[in-house]
Design a protein around this ligand. Sequence first.
Ligand code: SF4
Length: 195
Amino acid sequence: MNNEFEKLKAGVENCTKCSLSKSRTKVVFGEGNPEADILLIGEGPGYDEDIKGLPFVGRSGQLLDKILSACGFNRKEHVFIGNIVKCRPPQNRAPLPEERLACVPYLLKQIELINPKIIILLGATALQGLIDPNARISIERGKWKTWNNRLVMPTYHPAALLRNPNLKKDVWEDFKKVVFKYRELVNPKHSSEYL
Ligand code: SF4
């Protein structure tokens, strides 16, 4: 991890910019390769993430790891995983607009430093928090977008797949597009078990 990324992490870990700082156990800065070509963005930490200080470590995270693995990706090498807010909203509610506004500048700085070629937005909060507050994930998922000269693929959050397994097929279609784009932009020899 380079110095600037470490400095950012240290600053975020002491952040009290919004009221979520009062109820959190640990700040979840993100996890993965800080030089990854793919950045995944979720909503915010849940119960398990808040305790461990790591993103996507509960049931949703296990499902995300399975999807990544089917694509031939893993957390250490190919991706960095972050969230729209870095502290857990109480009772896992969606982050409030003022909490998102306070926290998103950290995410923007992470994007600048990681400089990913592909951003995957997991769920409505990520889509609305980064791109368009009025966008609907059910309409926008699976469609490549360009945002600040970066390619962005919105798809459903893994938690939505746990609630409604019928969505898994759509998410797999979306991740297939990411694998094909990764081969085009990063590594033509990238292999995965299923594609
Ligand atoms: Fe700071 Fe973000 Fe945590 Fe709010 S959610 S206290 S802005 S790190």
